[in-house]
Write a protein that binds this ligand. Structure first.
Ligand code: NAD
Length: 354
C-alpha cells in the first residue's frame, strides 16, 4: 500500500425512491425555515411542485439557471433571493442548476440542499465554474460544497435517453480520472471502480427502457460515487481537454466528455496500467479505452467532435491550450501526441487497444 491521505466525505446524502418528500425534514435538521427553490426554465414545473410540497417552508422559486453559470444570471438571482428573505437554497436539476445554487451560496453562505436530476456529479464537489464575458473561471471553496444531497431516483426517470447516456459517460469520466489522480487514495479508488461498474451496467438498460427503475437506481448510485470522486481528488488531462473545448468552442458539456474520454484514456494508458486494468475490469472489457468507446457507441451517444460542431481548424488552438497550463497528469504532455489525440476524437476513430 502506497502512502495516502483521505480527506473524508463531508456531504450528507439521502438516497432512494420518493426522497423528494424528505427535503422538508432535511431543512429542519439544518434549522432552516424558508427555502428558495432553484431550477432551469424547463424544470420550473418540478421546482414549483417541490415548493408546493414544502408549503410554508418555501419562500419562492427562481427558475433562471442556465449552462456555465453566467455571473449576470447569478446577480439577477441574488437580487430576487434577497427580496424573498430566504434562509436556505434548494436546487432541483442538473449541473447548471447546482451551479447557480453554488454561486449564490458562495455570495451569501446560505446552506444548500441539492436534488440532482442528471448524473453530472456537481452536487458532491466544492468546485464552481462561472462565466463572465464568455470566459469561464473555476474556483474551490468550502462555502461552495452543498450541505445535503437528496438523490431521488424517481426524478431521473424522465431524463431524456440521449442526456442519460452522455451524462452517465460524464460521470464515468470523473471515476476514470480518479483512478489515476495524483492524490488518489484507496477509498476513492474503490468508489471509482464501483461507479464505473454500476454505470456501465445500468446505461445500456436505460437506453433500452428509460423507465427501468432498477437501472435508474444503479445509474444514480454510480453518479453519486463518481461525483464524490470528483469532489475528493484532482482531475487530469481528460477534464482539462473538456474544459478547453467547452470554454473555447462552446461545445456541449456531457457530449464533449463522452467523445473525448476514450482518447484521453488511450493517451494515458501506457503510464497507468494498474488503473487501466481496473477500468477495463469494471467495464467487462479487455481494453479500457476501447471499452469506453464501445460503451458510448452502444448507447448511441456521439463519438466524434465533428458531430458536436467542433471546427477542424480549432484543433491546433485546442492542442496549444491543453499543454499551456496543464492539470497534473500521469503521462507527460507532448504537444504532437495531444494533437493526434484531438484528431482521433474529432474523427471519432476507435482507439487502439493499450
Ligand atoms: P444541465 O444541468 O445543463 O441540464 C441539461 C438540460 O436538461 C437542462 O435544460 C435541464 O433543465 C434538463 N434536465 C436536467 N435533468 C432533467 C430531467 N431529469 N428531466 C428532464 N430534463 C432535465 O446538464 P448537466 O450535464 O447536468 O450539467 C452541466 C453543467 O454542470 C456544466 O455547466 C458543467 O460545467 C457543470 N458541472 C460542474 C461540476 C462541478 O463540480 N462544478 C461538475 C459537473 C458538471
Amino acid at each position: 500500500m502506497e502512502p495516502f491521505r483521505f480527506p473524508g466525505l463531508p456531504t450528507r446524502v439521502v438516497f432512494g425512491h420518493g426522497t423528494l418528500a424528505k427535503v422538508g425534514d432535511e431543512m429542519e435538521r439544518l434549522g432552516r425555515k424558508r427555502a428558495v427553490v432553484l431550477a432551469t426554465p424547463p424544470q420550473r414545473g418540478q421546482a414549483e411542485a417541490l415548493a408546493a410540497l414544502l408549503g410554508d417552508r418555501a419562500a419562492g422559486v427562481i427558475a433562471d439557471a442556465v449552462m456555465h453559470t453566467p455571473v449576470a444570471v447569478t446577480d439577477g438571482a441574488l437580487a430576487q433571493l434577497r427580496a424573498l428573505d430566504a434562509d436556505c437554497l434548494v436546487a432541483v436539476g442538473g449541473g447548471s442548476t447546482t451551479g447557480l445554487s453554488k454561486a449564490l451560496a458562495l455570495r451569501t453562505d446560505l446552506d444548500q440542499i441539492v436534488v440532482p436530476t442528471t448524473y453530472a456529479g456537481s452536487e458532491m464537489t466544492p468546485i464552481l465554474g462561472e462565466t463572465r464575458d464568455g470566459t469561464k473561471t473555476t474556483q474551490k471553496s468550502p462555502k461552495i460544497l452543498p450541505e445535503v444531497v437528496v438523490y431521488d431516483v424517481d426524478l431521473t426517470l424522465g431524463l431524456p435517453v440521449a442526456l442519460s447516456a452522455t451524462s452517465g459517460m460524464n460521470a464515468i469520466a470523473h471515476a476514470v480520472e480518479a483512478l489515476y489522480a495524483e492524490d488518489r487514495n484507496p477509498i476513492v479508488s474503490l468508489m471509482a471502480e464501483e461507479a464505473i461498474r454500476a454505470l456501465a451496467r445500468a446505461l445500456p438498460v436505460i437506453v433500452a427502457d428509460p423507465q427501468d427503475r432498477a437501472a435508474r437506481s444503479d445509474a444514480l448510485y454510480g453518479a453519486w460515487l463518481a461525483g464524490a470522486c470528483l469532489g475528493t481528488v484532482g482531475m487530469a488531462l481528460h477534464h482539462k481537454l473538456c474544459h478547453v473545448l467547452g470554454g473555447t468552442f462552446d461545445l456541449p458539456h456531457a457530449e464533449t466528455h463522452t467523445v473525448v474520454l476514450p482518447h484521453a484514456v488511450a493517451y494515458n494508458a501506457p503510464a497507468v496500467p494498474d488503473a487501466m486494468a481496473r477500468v477495463a475490469r469494471a467495464l467487462g472489457a479487455s481494453s479500457a479505452a476501447q471499452g469506453l468507446y464501445d460503451l458510448a457507441a452502444r448507447l448511441g451517444a456521439p463519438t466524434a467532435l465533428e458531430a458536436l460542431g467542433m471546427p477542424e481548424a480549432g484543433l491546433e488552438r485546442a492542442a496549444d491550450a491543453a499543454v499551456a497550463s496543464p492539470y497534473p497528469n500521469p503521462r507527460s504532455l507532448a504537444r504532437d501526441g495531444i494533437r493526434r489525440l484531438l484528431d482521433d476524437a474529432y474523427h471519432g476513430r476507435r482507439p487502439d487497444a493499450a
